[in-house]
Design a protein around this ligand. Structure first.
Ligand code: PMV
Length: 344
């Protein structure tokens, strides 16, 4: 047994370019401030011992030679494939004990499984090589989720590894941190848990059925993502918000909206959000809104702005209140947070 290492990584929300990113178009993602933590240590016997209480896994054992085959508990799948990749690449030659703990619920769609692949790989690299190379962690994690049969873009992994706000192209062909000042997002959960793989497959079916229509939607999404990237670089939040609103229209066109998401999105816009859209696969999970400022304006400032026929400005609180009124659950956590980190 070695001495244990602890690493943590954040979850994510896609801000622009959801779905189109699976087809090679760019997207923008933010790391969200709830973290997954992994404690790992090497074992002499060639076996994985896994404890993941958040997904009800206790003292799960699997010989290293059988990783990714035979009976795989759903909650252990991502970790088995991450370790199998490390074994097959000759990086991990012993057994390993892994314990996970999560600050966030798997139900929100923040990418807890991606964050666990990232953390397990980083922890093993630290244990056997004494250092963590972030790009290597991303590449190994992306390869391992592909090994497990996922056709995802890897955008969740990029956010977990690198943190912040990132412009991303599938498989990490581009991973460009967007240096922005303050960007205040408000997150609302619909209460409806969705399966990303199922919805990605539905969009794939539509793309097969109506290739010209869907291709032109994806091309428009790419254009708005690129405009969002430029706006973010200039700190032009108003344009960034407009791009979120355009994006919502195209996501509706792809068939991944829902009445509940729409109600929460309109509620956020009515409270003055600069932009609001669903985030991720759609049909449930979360929506994300961009607030102009952290501080709600005073009622007299709002009245004056309205009298001046200026656009109403609103901060997080007004948007949060309206999302709650529309039946959403506001998840009050920061965005653009730090990525993968060695804790001890
Ligand atoms: O449903 P989520 O939040 O895991 O987001 C998935 C984002 C998609 O673009 C729909 C899929 C992908 O792999 O990029």
């Amino acid at each position: 047994m070695s001495s244990p290492v602890i690493v943590s990584a954040p979850g994510k929300l896609v801000v622009l370019g959801d779905h189109a990113v699976v087809y090679g178009y760019p997207a923008i993602v933010t790391a969200v401030g709830q973290r997954l933590r992994v404690t790992a240590e090497l074992r002499d016997e060639p076996v994985l011992v896994l404890d993941a209480p958040d997904v009800r896994i206790e003292a799960y054992r699997k010989p290293m030679l059988k990783l990714g085959s035979g009976q795989i508990d759903k909650g252990a799948r991502v970790i088995e494939f991450a370790l199998r990749r490390l074994r097959d690449d000759g990086i991990l030659k012993t057994g390993v004990s892994v314990k996970t703990s999560s600050e966030f619920s798997a139900q929100f769609g923040f990418g807890s499984s991606g964050a666990s692949a990232v953390c397990v790989i980083a922890a093993v690299l630290q244990l056997v090589q004494g250092r963590i190379d972030h790009r290597k962690v991303f590449d190994l994690a992306y390869q391992s989720v592909k090994d497990s049969g996922s056709s995802g873009s890897g955008i969740d992994l990029a956010a977990s590894v690198f943190g912040g706000l990132i412009y991303f192209v599938i498989g990490g062909k581009v991973i460009e941190p967007l240096k922005v000042g303050s960007m205040q997002f408000v997150i609302g959960y619909t209460g409806v848990k969705v399966d990303t793989g199922t919805i990605v497959a539905e969009v794939k079916e539509r793309a097969k059925q109506y290739p010209k229509v869907i291709d032109s939607i994806f091309a428009s999404i790419a254009a708005l993502v690129n405009a969002g990237r430029e706006a973010a670089k200039k700190g032009d939040l108003r344009t960034f918000g407009e791009m979120m609103n355009f994006n919502q229209g195209f996501l509706e066109a792809l068939g991944v909206g829902s009445a509940k998401l729409a109600a929460m999105i309109y509620a956020a816009r009515e409270a003055g959000a600069l932009g609001a859209k669903l985030s991720g696969a759609g049909k449930g999970d979360c929506m994300i809104a961009l607030a102009e400022s952290d501080n709600p304006p005073s009622p007299s400032a709002v009245a004056k702005a309205m009298a001046d026929k200026r656009l109403r400005r609103a901060g997080r609180q007004a948007i949060s209140d309206n999302i709650t009124k529309a039946g959403g659950q506001v998840i009050d956590i920061p965005c653009n947070v730090e990525g993968l980190k060695l804790e001890s």
